[in-house]
Design a protein around this ligand. Structure first.
Ligand SMILES: *Cc1c(COP(=O)(O)O)cnc(C)c1O
Length: 396
């Protein structure tokens, strides 16, 4: 072969005996075939075969397989983000004339997706109060196809009775889908509790380092795999092997990261309850918190994300007091090594439940920094809140 051809045609070296602990990054669009007949019959390679990079590589399939085991799922599909997982799981399974019911506390972009895109495609959309299953029962119709929820709810942390919701959904032949991002499959197994679909924003705890976006859709019934795989393929959505590789690496330390963040979050929440600057500490793992009984029954543990609410007097000072934080970073998303806070409004993302507290909450994600230094930082924030609050009441 000439040098020009040598540059292009890659020799295959032996891979036998090369057994690394990690998974290689297999990048490919094209997959080549040994001969014409193998190419012609590539459609017969079945679900586990390889035909084109968009439909899976050993790297992406390894992550899918790992997630299927953790979720107790028959199949898992990777998509480019957690929100893509939510939207595609639903879009693959509902159509014009059908109906979807969503918990009032779902991840806000999911609410927007239902109200804009699903509604435009002729799907009718309702919301239900996740802590009132009679409300869910009343909203079910014969054409209801999916009940979509998140437990605990985004930001406000309402815990839902998943087995009971699954039963209500199944009574009319609908499916229950659960966005399991807060708990991760280490702390909650929605499919084992009766749900049909579970999604994860792998972006958060599972990847764990705030440097990648990826999502997963897992199904209990193998019959659901076909429609989801088909829709993802027809829309041309694939997951990058580089991103999958980062998530595979993060997943190896998920257990120890989660247990650490959970333990620190519990200790911080216990100290924050009753603090004069804090109205409520929303963390379902706290004895006595709303939803604690369901949490104890269904969850295997908590993550390190909780939310603080404030009284009318304190709320206006939250934004300026945030600048007193030196270690906690201010930013969206969570579940990484770095501890984060994010001021979150709630009222605009609720339609059937009332948010009566001031419309600013503080979502806190505990990372892996040294616990005492982190607590000192939070104390600086609380002291700043106190200072601003007493200055403003003195001025009145
Ligand atoms: C962050 C998040 C998502 C979206 O994940 P992305 O990967 O950022 O799209 C979905 N659901 C919940 C509950 C989340 O917190």
């Amino acid at each position: 072969m000439s040098d020009l051809t040598e540059c292009v045609v890659t020799p295959r070296v032996a891979t036998d005996g090369f057994d690394p602990v990690g998974v290689g990054v297999h990048r490919a669009s094209t997959i080549v075939f040994a001969d014409a007949a193998a190419y012609a019959s590539r459609g017969d390679r079945g679900d586990k075969g390889y035909s084109y990079g968009l439909y899976g590589t050993p790297t992406t399939r390894t992550l899918e397989e790992k997630l299927s085991r953790l979720e107790q799922a028959s199949r898992t599909f990777l998509v480019p983000s957690g929100q893509a997982a939510n939207a595609l799981a639903v879009m693959a399974l509902v159509g014009a004339g059908q109906h979807i019911v969503l918990a009032d506390t779902v991840y806000p972009p999911m609410r927007e997706f239902a109200l804009s895109d699903l509604a435009r495609m002729g799907v009718s959309v309702d919301f239900f109060n996740p802590t009132d299953l009679d409300d869910l029962r009343q909203k079910m119709r014969s054409e209801t196809r999916i009940v979509w929820c998140e437990s605990p709810g985004s930001t406000t942390m309402e815990v839902m009775d998943i087995p009971a919701a699954a039963e209500i959904a199944h009574q009319v032949g609908a499916l229950l889908g659960v966005d399991n991002t807060w708990a991760t499959p280490l702390n909650l197994k929605p499919l084992a509790l009766g749900a049909d679909l579970v999604t994860e924003a792998l972006t958060k705890y599972i990847a764990g380092h705030s440097d990648v976006l990826l999502g997963s859709i897992s199904v209990r019934d193998p019959e659901l795999a076909g429609p989801i795989k088909g829709a993802i393929g027809r829309m041309g959505i694939g997951a990058s092997p580089d991103d999958a590789s980062l998530v595979l690496r993060g997943l190896e330390t998920l257990g120890v990261r989660l247990r650490h963040s959970e333990a620190v979050a519990r200790r911080f929440c216990e100290r924050l309850v009753g603090h004069p600057m804090i109205d409520q500490v929303l963390f379902p793992a706290l004895p006595g918190a709303p939803g604690y009984a369901l949490f104890q029954r269904d969850f295997l543990g908590a993550s390190g994300v909780f939310t603080l609410t404030f009284s009318e007097e304190v709320a206006p000072h939250v934004w300026p007091a945030l600048d007193s934080l030196g270690l906690f970073a201010i930013g969206a998303s969570w579940g990484g090594t770095r501890s984060l806070v994010a001021p979150m409004p709630v009222r605009g993302s609720r339609s059937v439940t009332q948010w009566t507290s001031p419309d600013i909450t503080l979502r806190v994600s505990i990372g892996l920094e040294e616990e005492t230094e982190l607590w000192e930082d939070l104390r600086r924030f609380l002291a700043a809140l106190e200072q601003y609050s007493s200055a403003s009441s003195a001025a009145q």
